[in-house]
Design a protein around this ligand. Structure first.
Ligand code: GEK
Length: 254
């Protein structure tokens, strides 16, 4: 069985030196609690990834979960797939994440195996997304991952995703976003901090986590995301979910 995961208290004590956020062992131990309490709509998005997998995943194709962390989106895709002979590839460059993800996927595959013998296999790679070739894909998921990729690499990555998708294949892109309109940005940030407080985070935890993420997570506007998706070739690219500063887009290759 996978090791028991703990509540997120990583930033609860005052830190003299706040280092850049990294997906290390400490983070892995608290990750499911952290992401659920920090990302509004996270579970809704996973549910919709299953639904969309049922609609868009094609037989004999590959699905990619890029920046898979503990495999939540890979498992959501697998739950939703309705066709045969598919393969899911999960990629993350954090060794700690992939090691734990292997345990979680193995445990869930043992359960699935009893009921659904043809459940599509999930193969995990510990690697940078940059090194992964994308081909014969009917679904690619970047669920809160692109925000961690250097800005200057994002266009080329999305171009590779587009090129590797089959006709009628989809990209699901979830991101933290920002707004050009300053008052709106201010309001969304305040509402988001209230959301975190209502999930049990203190002002100190919110402030310290924010500092840790500053140089690491680079959000962009929804307009910028849509323009870039159109620029790499997607005819259809629009938001299907948004809550405050968190959004998810679906881009369909025609
Ligand atoms: C979920 N999708 O639960 N190459 C590979 N992995 C990377 C890279 C990179 N260049 N940069 C960051 N990562 C998941 C949640 S978390 C989002 C994704 C968050 C990985 C990083 O190691 C981490 O596991 C993941 O992207 C981002 O549906 O924590 O806000």
């Amino acid at each position: 069985m996978p090791k028991k995961l703990a509540p997120d208290t990583l930033y609860s004590k005052e830190l003299t030196d706040i280092s850049h956020f990294s997906f290390n062992d400490e983070v892995v131990n608290v990750f499911p609690d952290m992401i659920k309490r920090s990302v509004p709509g996270y579970n809704t998005i996973l549910g919709m990834i299953s639904d969309l997998a049922g609609r868009y995943v094609q037989a004999n194709s590959t699905c990619y979960d890029l920046g898979c962390s503990l495999g939540a989106a890979s498992l959501a895709i697998r739950n939703g797939i309705k066709v045969s002979d598919c393969h899911i590839i999960g990629v993350d460059n954090s060794e700690a994440m992939i090691a734990r993800c292997e345990d979680i996927v193995r445990a869930s595959t043992n359960q699935v195996g009893n009921n659904q013998l043809s459940a599509p296999p999930i193969t995990l790679y510990c690697d940078d997304i940059e090194n992964i070739s994308i081909k014969n894909a009917s679904m690619v998921v970047l669920n809160f991952t692109l925000q961690f990729i250097p800005l200057e690499q994002r266009l080329a990555l999305l171009q590779r995703v587009y090129d590797g998708l089959l006709p009628n294949g989809v990209l699901l892109l979830s991101e933290k976003v920002v707004f050009d309109d300053k008052p709106h940005q201010q309001l969304m940030t305040e509402l988001y901090h209230n959301f975190k407080r209502s999930n049990g985070y203190s002002n100190l935890e919110i402030a310290q986590k924010r500092t840790a993420l500053e140089e690491v997570l680079r959000p962009e506007t929804l307009e910028h995301h849509k323009e870039r998706l159109k620029a790499v070739g997607f005819n259809s690219a629009d938001t299907w979910f948004q809550c405050m500063t968190f959004a998810s887009l679906i881009a369909i290759k025609s």
